[in-house]
Each structure stands twice: as structure tokens, then as C-alpha cells.
Design a protein around this ligand. Structure first.
Ligand code: ZN
Length: 157
């Protein structure tokens, strides 16, 4: 188990130091801003969605290691997915990250590298860091305008 934990930390650190898909996306047709005031994480998400498929996605902003790695891993996971698949993935990710600490880790294969963030459940204060990019994604897909602010506890959703 400790080997797995080390591997997960390596994935998170790698994506924090070298975020994938970072920057403004020319031609984006969906965009939203996310802000997590508890930690100070901020990100803007850009999407090109055609025929209900996420063709391309990028993000920019400043965040902690968890928020940045989560956004980076999310952008990798999203490309080529339908909006429905993206929603389903968010559901699986959310379930993984809000499971009670110590609960058995039954992770869906669909999560892939996103499983690296499963350890965040041990740190409830950081859950909002990990879900910020996903809530921003939902806002962008639904074309809600303005800034997503994570002030409510995720568990009340
Ligand atoms: Zn954070």
C-alpha cells in the first residue's frame, strides 16, 4: 500500500510541476472561472466542444499542488469524451474523493490516473482543491457565467 501511495504522490507532484494542457485555448467555445477561497486556488477552464464531444481543453491559473494536479489530470482525462461521459467521470471522481477516510478503495478503472488523487479523502480540507476544476468544468459545459466559488461543503450536494 505504501508503494501505491508513493506512486500516487509522484503522479501528483509531476502534474503540479509540469501541468499538462496549460494556457489559453484559442477558439474555445466554453469557458468558466473557478475560485476556491479556502485555499486561494483560481483557475480558468477553456473547452472546445463539438457535437457534444470535448475536442480540446486547457486551463490556466494559480493553485496549490492538489488543485493544479487535479486540473492537469482532468484535462488529460477529458479529451475525446462526450459531455455525458465527462459528467459520469465527475461523479466517479467525486465519490472517490468524498468517501470516508479508511473506507475500502474500490476505484473504477475509468478513473485511470485520476486515482492518484484518492488520498485526498484523508484530508477533508483539501477536497475542494481537488474538485475545483471539476465544478468549473460543469459550469463551463452548462455555460453558466461568472465565477464558481466553492464555499459550500461538498458533502451537502
Ligand atoms: Zn488548494
Amino acid at each position: 500500500m505504501s508503494d501505491l501511495r508513493d506512486l500516487y504522490q509522484e503522479v501528483i507532484f509531476d502534474h503540479y510541476r509540469r501541468p499538462r494542457n496549460r494556457g489559453v485555448l484559442p477558439g474555445a467555445n466554453h469557458t468558466a472561472r473557478g475560485h476556491n477561497p479556502l485555499c486561494g486556488d483560481e483557475l480558468t477552464l477553456y473547452l472546445v466542444v463539438e457535437d457534444g464531444i470535448v475536442k480540446d481543453v486547457r486551463f490556466e491559473g494559480q493553485g496549490c499542488a492538489i488543485a493544479t494536479a487535479s486540473a492537469s489530470l482532468m484535462t488529460e482525462a477529458l479529451k475525446g469524451k462526450s459531455e455525458a461521459q465527462a459528467e459520469a467521470l465527475f461523479g466517479q471522481f467525486h465519490d472517490m474523493i468524498t468517501a470516508p477516510p479508511g473506507a475500502p478503495r474500490e476505484l473504477s478503472d475509468a478513473l485511470g490516473k485520476l486515482a492518484a488523487l484518492s488520498g485526498v479523502r484523508e484530508f477533508p480540507a483539501r477536497i475542494k482543491c481537488a474538485t475545483l476544476a471539476w465544478h468549473t468544468l460543469r459550469a463551463a459545459l452548462h455555460e453558466a457565467s461568472g465565477t464558481v466559488t466553492e464555499t459550500k461543503t461538498i458533502s451537502t450536494e
